[in-house]
Ligand binder design. Structure first.
Ligand code: ZN
Length: 505
C-alpha cells in the first residue's frame, strides 16, 4: 500500500478522534445540564454547547475532511484499508454530503427557526391552539422540502427523511409493513374492548417511597446485566440514556411516588438502551461507529427489555416478592396473576407516551401517514389537526378534546425532526422479530428470565446486535440476526398470543 495512503489513514483517524472527543465533551455537559446543573449556569452552558457543536460542524464539513474522504474512499483505499476505516469514512461522508449540500446561510436560518418554533410550540400546546404554531410548522416543512431537493435519494421524497434516523429505510418497505400492523392490531383491540375480561389496576396507585423505588431500580438494572462500573443512575424530569463511550453509559429516571411503574419500566427501558452501548466492541471506540446503528435498532433494545422481559409473566414470577419487599404493603393481597394483568392493561389513550404496548404502534402509524402526506404534498399543514383527529377516531376509537392532547402533543415537528417517528414502531417490530429468532436458539427463554439469568439473553443480543455498533446497517443487522427482512408477522403473533391470554378472549 502506498506510503501516503497509510499516512492519510493515520491522520484521518486522529482527526476523527478529535470530533468524537468534542462530542463526548458535549454529551457530558448536556447530561449535567439535565441532571441538576445550577440554574444560573444554564444560559452560559447552553452557549458553550452551541460553540462546541459549531466546532464539530466545521471539522465534519471542512476541506481537510474532503481530502481524507476522497483519498480513503478511492478504489485503492477501499481495496487496502481496514473495514473500520472504510466504514468510518463512509459514515463521515454521509454526514459531509448532507451538510455541505445545504448552503450555510440556509442551514443557519433553519437552526434559528428550530429553536424559535420549539418555544412557539410550547405556547401553542399550552393554549391548545394549533393556529399559533401553524405558520412555524409551514416554514419548517418548506425548509425541509428544500433540503430534500439538495440531497440524494431514490423513490419517495420522504425516504430522504427516513434515512436520517433509519439508514436504508424507505416508504416502499414501510407501507406494506405498517399497513399489516395496523390491520392486525385494530381488530384485536376491538375484540379486547368488546369481549375482554376487565382488568383491575387500582392497587398500582399507592404511595411507594422514592428511595425504595430507587433501590428496586438498581437491583433490576443489576439483574439485566447493566454494568454500574461503566454507568450510573440519576434522576431527571424526562428520562434518557446517554452514552459517552462504552465505558461510561448513563441512565436517568423519574420517580412518581404514586405510580411506581414510571420509574421501574422507565429504568428498564433506558437500561435496554444502555446495554446496547455498553457492549459495543471496544475496537470502535474513538471512531464515529461506536454508537447504535439507528434509532429503530436502539429502540428495539429498550422495548425488548421493557416489554418482552419486564412485562412478562416469567419476570414477575422471579421479581414479584422483591417488589413486595420494597413497596409499602400495596401488593399484600394482590396475587401475581392480577398484578401481571394490571401491568399489561390495554387502554387506548390520546397521548403517545402513555400508550400501552398494543396500541403504541397505532400512534406512530398516524404520525407516519401524516408526515408522508406532507412531504408528498398530499396533506397541507393547515389540515393536520382535522386529519389527526379523524385517524385517531378510526384507529384508536378516540378523539382529542383539543389540539393540546392531539396534533400538538409531541415536540418532534417543532424541532424539525421529520422522519423520526417511524423508528419507534420499527423498534417494536424489530424486537419481536429478534425475540422469535432468540426463542429458536433458546427455547428455555422464560426459564432463564425466571431464574434471573438475563445475562444469557443479553449475550445473545451482544453477539447479534450490540457489538457491531454502526458497522452494519439496520436491515443488515436484522437480516443477520433473524435470517430474513423486516417481517411484522412476529409482532402480530406475539401480541395476539399475549393479549388473548391476558384478556381471556
Ligand atoms: Zn427509547
Amino acid at each position: 500500500m502506498a506510503e501516503t495512503l497509510v499516512q492519510i489513514e493515520k491522520d484521518f483517524l486522529k482527526y476523527v478522534e478529535k470530533i468524537v472527543a468534542y462530542n463526548e465533551a458535549i454529551a457530558v455537559m448536556a447530561w449535567d445540564l439535565r441532571t441538576g446543573a445550577p440554574k444560573k449556569g444554564v444560559e452560559q452552558r447552553s452557549k458553550v454547547i452551541g460553540l462546541l457543536s459549531a466546532e464539530v460542524f466545521k471539522l465534519s464539513t471542512s476541506s481537510e475532511m474532503k481530502y481524507f474522504l476522497d483519498a480513503l474512499l478511492s478504489e485503492e483505499g477501499r481495496k487496502e484499508l481496514s473495514e473500520i476505516t472504510i466504514k468510518t469514512a463512509e459514515d463521515c461522508k454521509k454526514n459531509f454530503d448532507r451538510m455541505n449540500k445545504i448552503p450555510a446561510e440556509e442551514y443557519e436560518e433553519f437552526v434559528i427557526l428550530q429553536s424559535k418554533s420549539e418555544s412557539v410550540w410550547e405556547d401553542a400546546k399550552k393554549k391548545a391552539e394549533f393556529s399559533i404554531f401553524q405558520p412555524y410548522l409551514e416554514k419548517l416543512v418548506e425548509k425541509t422540502n428544500r433540503f430534500i431537493k439538495y440531497w440524494d435519494w431514490e423513490g419517495n421524497p420522504y425516504n430522504a427523511l427516513l434515512d436520517l434516523y433509519e439508514p436504508g429505510m424507505t416508504v416502499e418497505v414501510l407501507n406494506p409493513v405498517f399497513n399489516e400492523v395496523r390491520k392486525g392490531i385494530i381488530p384485536l383491540l376491538e375484540k379486547i374492548e368488546r369481549h375482554g375480561k376487565k382488568v383491575d389496576t387500582s392497587f398500582l396507585f399507592h404511595p411507594f417511597p422514592k428511595e425504595a423505588q430507587r433501590e428496586l431500580c438498581i437491583e433490576i438494572l443489576n439483574q439485566m446485566g447493566y454494568d454500574f462500573e461503566a454507568g450510573r443512575l440519576d434522576e431527571t424530569v424526562h428520562p434518557f440514556e446517554t452514552a459517552l463511550n462504552p465505558g461510561d453509559v448513563r441512565v436517568t429516571t423519574n420517580y412518581n411516588i404514586n405510580d411506581f411503574r414510571v420509574a421501574l419500566f422507565g429504568t428498564i427501558h433506558e437500561g435496554g438502551h444502555a446495554l446496547y452501548e455498553q457492549n459495543i466492541s471496544t475496537d470502535l471506540v474513538g471512531t464515529t461507529l461506536a454508537g447504535g446503528a439507528s434509532m429503530g435498532i436502539h429502540e428495539s433494545q429498550s422495548l425488548f427489555n421493557e416489554n418482552m422481559i419486564g412485562r412478562s409473566r416469567a419476570f414477575w414470577k422471579r421479581n414479584y416478592s422483591l417488589l413486595k419487599q420494597y413497596s409499602s404493603g400495596q401488593f399484600e393481597h394482590v396475587d401475581l396473576e392480577d398484578f401481571y394483568r394490571a401491568i399489561n392493561e390495554v387502554k387506548p389513550s390520546l397521548i403517545r407516551i402513555e400508550a400501552d404496548e398494543l396500541t403504541y404502534p397505532l400512534h406512530i402509524i398516524v404520525r407516519y401517514e401524516l408526515e408522508k402526506g406532507i412531504f408528498n404534498e398530499e396533506i397541507a399543514v393547515k389540515d393536520l389537526p382535522a386529519i389527526w383527529n379523524e385517524k385517531y377516531k378510526e384507529y384508536l376509537g378516540i378523539t382529542p378534546d383539543h389540539d393540546g392532547v392531539g396534533v400538538l402533543q409531541d415536540i418532534h415537528w417543532a424541532g424539525g425532526s421529520f422522519g423520526y417517528f417511524p423508528s419507534y414502531a420499527l423498534g417494536i417490530i424489530y424486537a419481536a422479530q429478534m425475540r422469535n429468532a432468540l426463542l429458536k436458539e433458546m427455547p428455555n427463554f422464560d426459564e432463564l428470565i425466571e431464574k434471573g439469568e438475563l445475562n444469557k439473553i443479553r449475550q445473545w443480543f451482544t453477539e447479534k446486535v450490540h457489538r457491531f455498533g454502526k458497522l452494519k446497517k439496520p436491515l443488515e443487522i436484522l437480516h443477520d440476526a433473524t435470517g430474513e427482512g423486516l417481517n411484522p408477522k412476529y409482532l402480530l403473533t406475539y401480541l395476539e398470543e399475549k393479549y388473548t391470554e391476558i384478556y381471556q378472549l
